[in-house]
Write a protein that binds this ligand. Structure first.
Ligand code: PHB
Length: 394
């Protein structure tokens, strides 16, 4: 071997190593198809991780783990829910060391935002199952969202509150968690409610971590608006509802309206009668009356979990991956998978849904619901809907 041959050999070896690094989606057909699932399995938002991980198990139990000749393997990582740098590092490792062909999960907005550049660099589809700030899919062309957005579920509630003049909801104070989805919810509510002739007399923002809602609720009680509009992320609703009742806002005649995150089905057993009659808008209720949903809720219950909206984001996220892999005939090339995901339509357990081929966000029905006790179970009972509603943005 000449020294030139030797050098050429080195260059080729380096190129091969680089290709392996840069093309995580290039596994061949007889290798497993790997999904890196990053969720908060511990910490303050662990309920989100538990819901989605359980839904993924339910999905694979029903549809198996073999798709287009590929064995689908889930690699689950716990990011604790509140450290974007950790989520990003886990995603990087999943792509470079485990060679996953899809990234999925993302319990909160900052975690999805931090990971978006990894999906772009690695050309790996990133299925956002939970995080719900409107702009997330614009952060990488490889993002597809199967959950919802805050503007999507807030706009119909503000419009409904304006339309029903008999409720006399003329003045409202907004109270949101102070980060992406909360600010989206606040802006959307204010824009729609004031455009319809209502008045937002104050807008309050509580910290995301370790919030004490008491001073905010006291301020609202003293201001005596007709209603308060609330957004808090899944996992926080019980604390808010308890303090709302303890401070006597309900007795002071202040109505509570919210996005469905507040009356999370997962928390309704703890919240109980404190939420009776609360009106919310959302894309999913465990009480949604369809055969598909009844079967789903029963399967989740067998694994000890009451299905909530995050679980459905996970269940439908799996559907998107499975259907895309079927369409590519088992080819795990990231661009081909992504192309196959765009425009998918199916009957979800929440109702009919479509992945918008242009925005990669989910188009779905948004329901208005009232908290009621149905045969001993505190439930979000749907009574109206806006059909096939797209994220309106902020
Ligand atoms: C988010 O961080 O985007 C988020 C988390 C939980 C929710 C809604 C939004 O219930």
């Amino acid at each position: 071997m000449t020294s030139n041959d030797y050098r050429r050999g080195l260059v080729l070896a380096a190129m091969a190593a680089l290709t392996t690094f840069m093309m995580p989606g290039s596994a061949t057909a007889d290798e497993p198809f790997k999904i890196g699932l990053i969720l908060p399995m511990s910490g303050p938002f662990a309920s989100t991780g538990k819901e989605i991980a359980t839904a993924v198990r339910v999905y694979q139990k029903k549809y198996g783990d073999n798709v287009a000749g590929r064995k689908v393997e889930i690699i689950l990582k716990d990011d604790g829910g509140i450290q974007p740098d950790l989520t990003k590092r886990l995603a990087q490792e999943l792509v470079t060391k485990d060679h996953v062909q899809v990234l999925a999960g993302f319990g909160l907005t900052p975690l999805a935002m931090a990971t978006a550049p990894i999906a772009t660099q690695a050309k790996v589809p990133m299925v956002v199952m939970a995080a719900a700030t409107s702009i997330i899919p614009t952060k990488s062309p490889y993002i597809v969202r199967t959950g919802f957005t805050l503007p999507q579920v807030t706009a119909p509630l503000a419009d409904w509150a304006i339309k029903h003049k008999e409720l006399k909801l003329k003045s409202v104070i907004t109270l949101v968690s102070d980060y992406g989805p909360g600010i989206d919810a606040e802006k959307t509510f204010v824009a729609h409610f004031t455009a319809g002739g209502g008045k937002v007399v104050d807008s309050l923002r509580a910290p995301l971590q370790n919030p004490d809602f008491a001073p905010f609720l006291q301020r609202i009680k003293d201001a005596k608006p007709d209603a308060v509009f609330i957004f808090v992320p899944s996992g926080v609703g019980t604390a808010v509802m308890k303090q709302f009742a303890e401070r006597g806002l309900d007795k002071a005649g202040i109505r509570l309206i919210a996005t469905g995150d507040l009356t999370d089905d997962n928390e309704m057993e703890n919240i109980g009668a404190a939420a009776q009659g609360v009106i919310t808008s959302f894309h999913y209720s465990a009480a949604h009356d369809s055969p598909e949903n009844k079967a789903y809720v029963a399967e989740m219950a067998k694994l000890g979990v009451r299905a909530n909206f995050h679980s459905v984001g996970g269940y439908d996220g799996m559907h998107v991956v499975y259907e895309a892999l079927k369409k590519t005939g088992g080819d795990s090339d990231g661009d081909k998978l992504l192309a196959a995901m765009k425009g998918l339509s199916w009957m979800s357990v929440r109702g009919p849904v479509t992945i918008d081929p242009d925005t990669r966000d989910i188009i779905q029905n948004v329901y208005l619901r009232r908290v009621e006790n149905v045969n001993g179970v505190w439930s979000n009972v749907e009574f109206d809907k806006v059909e096939k509603f797209k994220d309106p943005g902020v």
